[in-house]
Design a protein around this ligand. Structure first.
Ligand code: HEM
Length: 487
């Protein structure tokens, strides 16, 4: 990794289109030519407080200094708060697993979620969290995943048929729209029926509006006070809230009428909160949990699929390995749930994409009492951020960590035995509940899209990764998408 200034090794002005190769490459020759996506600028030192506030809202990655990339732990101070940025697998394990009782959800996240999903799974703690986690986990069992996989493959087929033969399109909007259809169908048994307008850039960045940090959040001003930096958020949250409300109301009516409700996440949540009044306002809690799952289900996987297609478009060798695999069609003879096992290059592409572009680039916690991380004391009230972005790109943990090499995740590749340095879905008991679903969905979607279409990156400027809710490109990922000929 070149910390001074990153640059892609494949020129963006002459981005190659994706074309399938003739011979199936072996795992070992996939990375003969790899690709280094443009690396965001690295600071020499932290800027002043005003610039920090602005960057926390716009893109916290822009605050990272050389120290953050090269040291195990860096302490930053602002408005009397201490934030410890962790870039060491041992420290992260201690905070998220061994000493987790000493840490809680940080007050800023609680404040952000108070305006949207304060009673949702991602926001609650203690007994309420345990109950909700058990309730939701049932919906991601292997049996359920088998059914979802069949649905997702069918949705992808219909999606591919609907597309024109050639179009200029934003990958982020395209992939997020498809992920929304998948989430709606699998978790809420709902086909797209007009309740969602076509995916706009605004909708496709939904979590940005929930999670972007305003100066008032840093100062922990009450959630009821306006957030000047987030003026448009109220409207977007209300629109999303109305969709969630409709899902809830229609399903409640169906359950109450005895008409036979589908066995899905939506019914699970509704039934739980009809029968269980132990948690205060059951209706509010149900809505918050539906909203949490809906938002988390599409704004994350959509981003990963978009980044994966971009990286493949820029790396012809990796692309031809993936293409040869899907064109060979072994997966056509097994159930879609088995695709990750029979499409190792597709799976490796998704995992390598999640290494370089983790949809959630960091996880914060709050020290409830003192602790010690190696020689560093942790004080009660400290913020701790486990930075997936730093850990997964670090040259200390990965060989030339900023390069895109799918071979790392093929059997016998570099990622074997590196579980501690790879945590795109988090770590410990609060690890992502949708991770199996997300990985399966991403593999199925990528396999289908790569088989049907060529993607040519259509800008002279590389995408600029920014962390705003999820990790997205600030300047979009524009591509020319063309249907492939016979293959
Ligand atoms: C590639 C896609 C995804 C990525 C990278 C991702 C990443 C993460 C991470 C890092 C966490 C842990 C946050 C923390 O510890 O502070 C998390 C939690 C969570 N994720 Fe995901 N996620 C993805 C997809 C999904 C999907 C598809 C769903 C639901 C269908 C989902 C629902 C959730 C929920 C509800 C939590 C909170 C869990 C808890 O606190 O117990 N995620 N996710």
């Amino acid at each position: 990794m070149k910390l001074e200034r990153g640059s892609g090794t494949v020129g963006h002005g002459s981005a190659p289109a994706i074309f399938g190769g003739a011979d199936t490459p072996s795992a070992s020759c996939v990375d003969t030519v790899d690709f280094e996506p443009a690396f965001p600028p690295v600071r020499r030192q932290m800027p002043n407080a005003a610039a920090i506030v602005y960057s926390l809202y716009k893109n916290p990655i822009a605050l990272l200094t050389r120290d953050h990339y090269t040291k195990d732990l860096v302490i930053d101070r602002m408005f009397g708060l201490r934030a410890l940025s962790l870039n060491d697998p041992g420290y992260i394990r201690q905070v998220f697993i061994t000493n987790r009782h000493k840490y809680g959800i940080d007050p800023i996240r609680k404040l952000l979620l108070k305006r949207s999903f304060s009673r949702g799974l991602a926001a609650v703690e203690g007994d309420e969290w345990h109950t909700l986690r058990r309730l939701s986990a049932v919906q991601f069992s292997s049996r359920k995943l088998a059914r979802y996989a069949v649905d997702i493959a069918a949705i992808c087929d219909r999606f591919c048929l609907r597309q024109p033969d050639r179009q200029s399109v934003s990958l982020a909007s395209l992939a997020t729209g498809l992920a929304l259809e998948n989430g709606m169908r699998c978790l809420f048994s709902k086909d797209r029926d007009g309740s969602f307008e076509p995916m706009s850039e605004t909708n496709s960045n939904y979590l940005e509006h929930v999670l972007a940090i305003d100066v008032a959040d840093i100062l922990q001003a009450p959630a009821e006070l306006p957030r000047l930096m987030k003026r448009r958020v109220g409207r977007i949250l209300r629109r999303h809230g109305a969709i969630v409300e409709t899902l809830y109301r229609q399903r409640q009516e169906r359950i109450r009428s005895g008409a036979g409700a589908p066995d899905d996440l939506l019914t699970g949540i509704c039934r739980h909160f009809i029968s269980n009044t132990g948690y205060g306002d059951g209706r509010r809690a149900a809505l918050d949990n539906i909203g949490t799952m809906l938002g988390a289900s599409y704004d994350t996987t959509g981003k990963v699929i978009a980044w994966a297609l971009y990286l493949l478009a820029m790396t012809p060798d990796a692309l031809s390995a993936v293409r040869d695999e899907v064109d060979a069609g072994r997966h056509d003879h097994v159930s879609p749930q088995q695709w990750p096992s029979v499409l190792p290059h597709v799976l490796a592409t998704i995992r390598e994409t999640l290494r370089l572009y983790p949809a959630i680039p960091g996880m914060a916690r709050h020290a409830l009492e003192g602790d010690r991380l190696g020689p560093h004391p942790v004080r009660k009230g400290d913020y701790l951020v486990a930075s997936t972005w730093l850990l997964q790109r670090s040259d200390r943990h990965w060989n030339e960590g900023s390069r895109f090499r799918i071979g790392r995740f093929l059997p016998g590749g570099e990622a074997d035995g590196k579980a501690d340095c790879y945590m795109p879905f988090g770590v410990g008991p609060r690890m992502c509940i949708g991770r199996a679903f997300a990985e399966l969905e991403s593999v199925i979607v990528l396999a289908r899209l790569v088989r049907e279409f060529d993607f040519r990156y259509a800008s002279a400027e590389p995408p600029q990764p920014v962390w705003r809710g999820t990790l997205r490109s600030n300047n979009g990922i524009p591509v020319i998408m063309t249907r492939r000929g016979r293959h």
